[in-house]
Write a protein that binds this ligand. Sequence first.
Ligand code: ADP
Ligand code: ASP
Ligand code: MG
Length: 424
Amino acid sequence: MARIVMKFGGTSVANLERIYNVARHVKREVDAGHEVAVVVSAMSGKTNELVGWVENMPKVAGSNAPFYDAREYDAVVASGEQVTSGLLAIALQSMNINARSWQGWQIPIKTDNAHGAARILDIEGADIIRRMGEGQVAVIAGFQGLGPDNRLATLGRGGSDTSAVAIAAAVKADRCDIYTDVDGVYTTDPRIEPKARRLKKIAFEEMLEMASLGAKVLQVRSVELAMVHKVRTFVRSSFEDPDAPGMGDLLNPPGTLICDEDEIVEQEVVTGIAYAKDEAQISLRRLADRPGVSAAIFGPLAEAHINVDMIVQNISEDGSKTDMTFTVPSGDVDKALKVLSDNKEKIGYDVAQSESGLVKVSVIGIGMRSHAGVAASAFRALAEKGINIKAITTSEIKISILIDGPYAELAVRTLHSAYGLDKS
Ligand code: ADP
Ligand code: ASP
Ligand code: MG
């Protein structure tokens, strides 16, 4: 007997037929004698629709605040998961399985106060553990918790992954299975590169980079939690026949295991390629080159919650002036330009220029720590395809390259084959 947390994403619960299919996956584990908790997302497209409704509501009259009340945003968007948790509980009951739905506040899953992007602080798992022991399946609404203000809070887009891993840690599950519409983590997004290969295992650090650099298969925070709490996490498909051979394998279920790097025997130099669309570049021209200038720029941007990523600084020939270029999400450009112009005197720049619709393509692999020349191969491969590089950043295990949007797919495929990832 094991304790298993099973999470099903939006496409896996897209309609009643798919919800019934999910119930069959759950039944398989229950019939095998395991204790099971299930975490569900909203039906695919639902959260986008709910977010769209909120964004189209009128803003406060006379105020120039670009925002709506984030607590009401949470009240609206958390509803998608409430629906699927109830429907799945009903589907399970129809199969004579003892099941009930749980909303985040009922458990409770306690979060901080950052509405719209809350972090889980604590999960009261005792009641669920007791009921699982009595044979009841907990069907938990993902993506949502309860803030310190006693109001619904959501965990940011893709947050049901984080709900699942956090619950797995709280109930000390033997395994957390993230069921989605692909059968594992691939060397790159299989929708862009059909030659992408499924990885049997991927190290936590690599998955963390893949997720933060745009591979949306897992939310970044879920990987952090899995790493810290040592949750045995698999990414696998809900689209396979629930009763196909091997689907119920306890130790080696089909899919990709996210694990410690020492568990991976044959470590490649490069493990995967990720990409993030909708990046924008802002350049401040002719800044005074003096101590404190970076603080004057990035301090106010941070206060405005604008996520600055790649930063490049150039010094003019005589050393007196500098240009600063950095990237922000395209959606934040206007806000960033406003913050910069409000602080123009303090920063002391000549002009601010911006360009949207850029893409960041990244090469990721733990093996880079001990291999030279990995970056050079990327630059060569992109040059051969005539793809211009706008900015580069590197860390121990990744290289990120900023390029023009229309070249995204070509760049991903080019890098994927440059490192031989399409060959098994
Ligand atoms: P869910 O609704 O189940 O949470 P998501 O759409 O959030 O599913 O994540 C699954 C998607 O992630 C896949 O359909 C795939 O297109 C995308 N993806 C991006 N990069 C990768 C990768 N390296 N491996 C697998 N899937 C990836
Ligand atoms: N439904 C939420 C979203 O679309 C959470 C999730 O699916 O993980 O972002
Ligand atoms: Mg997701």
